[in-house]
Design a protein around this ligand. Sequence first.
Ligand code: NAD
Length: 499
Amino acid sequence: MTATTAMAATASAVAGLRFHSGKVLVDGEIRDPISQKTLDQIFPATGEVVAQVASCDARDVDAAVGAARAALDSGWRELNVKDRRRLLLGYARALAEHTEELALLQTFDSGMPMQMSAGEVIGAPAAADYFEYYAGTVDKPIGHVLPVYGKGFDYTLREPLGVVACITAWNAPVFLYAAKVAPALACGNTVILKPSEIGATVTLRLAELALEAGIPKGVINVITGTGKECGEPLVTHAGVDAVSFTGGTATGRHIASLTGAQLKRTVLELGGKSANIVFEDGEIGLAAMLSAGMVAYGLSGQGCACATRALVHRSKLEEFTKTALDTVAFMQPGDPFDPATMAGPLVSARQLDRVLGIVQRGVEEGVEVRCGGNRVGGDFASGFFMEPTVLSTTNDTTPAREEIFGPVLSIIPFDDEEEAIRLANDTPYGLAGVITTNDVKRAYRVAGRIRTGTLGINSYSVGATIPFGGVKHSGYGREGSLHALDDYSQIKNVYVELG
Ligand code: NAD
């Protein structure tokens, strides 16, 4: 690992890391893939190959589905609620005891700065929260007794779906794992994880900890590889009953066409292009943190819910822009393993090129670059770092319309409330959003008219207790909260004739 002064923290952290390279976890065993193939895992901050990722094919999918089916049928589906709750709570404790190790592996896989990887919201501690929360749902009421017109008795049962394939993106692997696996297991399903081929060491460790905590073999399996060779055979496998997918909208649309043809239950957590509406009565410092901060901090804009469009009342445009520029100047990227670093690299050379290309297209369309717009050089030149970028634009340019997944904020003016609502909704996406205002009536009025799955007033929140998901091209289904149980179970109605 490169040991320049700029990357000293990375060099020392990686030297001390223990991880599974190029392996899968199937039927309780960490082993080589049947395909015998691997892909290079590249650390985004240095551009160096640091590990291998198993490149599985249909044979590995078959083995994982067989293991998940056997575990389902040999007791996991029928497990009594006390044992299921005890196992999930034990797993939550194991995750909590290993948060530092999981945070290090998450940073290793994704380049997420340790500050965020160890933080509560989407960092390693979130995993324990999800398992604790869903352990608490296991022994609570599960159905209804229903009135009937005849002389019978009618009740409903909540039953597992069976084997669930969980496919995840690379940007927050711990959080994405926990948000899917915890409700799926609580409902009595078994799962096959297919994390992103960009990095999988943390997902393997998460699943290994489940075994160590007593969750039976085959309940959680991890296979890795490309979408084409591993993902497609998985989602279309006849032994897979449901699919839960987090990733890009184009991939989600393709998966939905495959699972739709098989009439298979599918959850889609897809891309976003969220707006932060900054009204004239809002606090500008807070608004800048909510937009410029989200884009420049931590994941460097590689978060699905980032408010990457700041819609600002024209009377506050100058003040907001200046504050946003000051905010991003404070959040320059650095070594992800250095605890002081606030912003990390982009995940790959391909992603960096894509983001630079979108900014370039914006410039050709007349967008004004207020800061940034370039790759970071010097000591960071071998990594995939990009300067935090602020653009002044309108809502019809490429940077304002495409999901960028990079540190790029588009500032867009509006003149009145009606126009702000129209611009916020003028996007194919509908994942998240923010309203910055001190007028409670306006907040209530506008919140009801923004077409997103989740919305924050003067803040933004995500966690085990809160439903998260999209509308429009951001997908369907919800993760977190009791609502997620609906996506990992089915209702059976039982009628007993008493006449
Ligand atoms: P991606 O769509 O390229 O890949 C996501 C996963 O799908 C990976 O594991 C990949 O291997 C797999 N995949 C790709 N093609 C497939 C196919 N044909 N069949 C089955 N699986 C396939 O996305 P990405 O670049 O990893 O992640 C970035 C995207 O994820 C962004 O659009 C972001 O908004 C989205 N995301 C959404 C949420 C959310 O909760 N809504 C959270 C995080 C990321």
